[in-house]
Design a protein around this ligand. Structure first.
Ligand code: ADP
Ligand code: F6P
Length: 325
């Protein structure tokens, strides 16, 4: 009878780095070793896999990392992995190095790479790691909490100076085509306007009217949180200033949102999800992604997970608008 037991787990981080990825790496490594498996770390995501940047890891390899932002394994975006040849080669390299299971920490793009490897016979396990919160099958992604807290603090600071100068501020937050960071910060920072790629109707006149109306009622600042997926904050600021006569400045928060020491929540879920991944591998499960659903960590078939769609919660969006009036 064939031996279906996993002997060696490979681990990589892929896509944008996210605070808490190190906690997840540490948990995968240590729990896999406890479960009797050996672990190989792959540097620089799928690029490193294709270049065979693979080293053995032990429990000491992951000492003193839980508090650090970024990922000790490094990460990359790898176009080659999107090709049939790249995927076949990546699977061959896994086999050559005795990696029978690959744990991929990243977003849904990274999961697609994992799914491709599963079709070439590698047991592929995904752990949600992205600041964007844009993976449909899970209510939580590692890194989101740290990113929104970093952004929230920065927005508070912009608000201080904006109020002092009686200016309007457009603050652009990350999230590729997803508005979750913008929505959460918009509510948490009490922004006057929140522009989400999923919802924005590109009616700038509405924003202009809102600013003029608020100013008439004595508001000294006007904070607009603009999501990266809409972008163009600087030109929007110029147009709004011209239309309202109110000084308007754009601030693009950028990569600061991806860095920094992870919050308790990101360290906690990074640890629990990482350990859970190592446990389901030891149980013999194949081609799963780890998710946080209904208050619990669960696992879902990778193909089903990638077929799911995520939408902005309507109630959150409605309240974000109600409270900013
Ligand atoms: P994220 O994982 O955060 O969503 P990306 O979408 O940039 O980030 O994906 C990260 C990497 O995953 C890509 O650079 C590529 O190597 C791999 N990837 C993305 N999409 C696919 C795909 N359709 N097939 C295979 N690999 C993919
Ligand atoms: O996926 C996380 C993220 O920070 C997105 O919010 C953003 O659009 C993207 O990565 C930026 O990617 P890069 O590091 O390749 O510029």
């Amino acid at each position: 009878m064939a031996d279906n037991k996993i002997h060696t787990v490979g681990i990589l981080t892929s896509g944008g780095d996210a605070p808490g990825m190190n906690a997840a790496i540490r948990a995968v490594v240590r729990e896999s070793i406890i479960n009797g498996m050996s672990v190989k770390g792959i540097q620089r995501g799928y690029t490193g896999l294709l270049n065979e940047e693979i080293t053995d890891m032990d429990k000491h390899s992951v000492s003193d990392i839980i508090q650090r932002g970024g990922t000790i394994l490094g990460t990359a975006r790898c176009e080659e992995m999107k090709t049939e040849e790249g995927q076949a080669q990546a699977a061959e390299i896994c086999k050559k190095h005795g990696i029978d299971c690959l744990v991929v920490i990243g977003g849904d793009g990274s999961y697609r790479g994992a799914l491709a490897l599963s079709r070439h016979g590698i047991n592929a396990i995904g752990i949600p790691g992205t600041i964007d919160l844009d993976i449909a099958c899970t209510d939580y992604t590692i890194g989101f909490d740290t990113a929104i807290n970093t952004a929230m603090q920065a927005i508070d600071k912009v608000r201080d100076t904006s109020s002092s100068h009686e200016r309007c501020s457009i603050i652009e937050v990350m999230g590729r085509n997803a508005g979750y960071i913008a929505l959460w910060c918009g509510i948490a920072n009490g922004a006057e306007d929140i522009l989400l790629p999923e919802k924005y109707d590109y009616d700038e006149q509405k924003i202009v009217d809102n600013i003029i109306n608020n100013r008439k009622h004595g508001k000294k600042h006007h904070i607009i949180i603009n999501a990266e997926g809409i972008g163009h904050s600087t030109s929007m600021a110029r147009r709004i200033e011209a239309a309202t006569g109110i000084e308007t400045r754009a601030t693009i928060l950028g990569y600061m949102q991806r860095g920094g020491s992870p919050t308790t929540k990101d360290r906690f879920y990074g640890s629990i999800m990482g350990a859970y991944a190592a446990d389901i591998v030891a149980e013999g499960k194949r081609n799963r992604v780890i998710s946080f659903k209904g208050g619990e960590v669960v696992d879902i078939d990778i193909e089903e997970a990638l077929a799911m769609q995520k939408t902005i919660p309507e109630y959150h969006y409605k309240i974000s608008q109600n409270l900013s009036r």
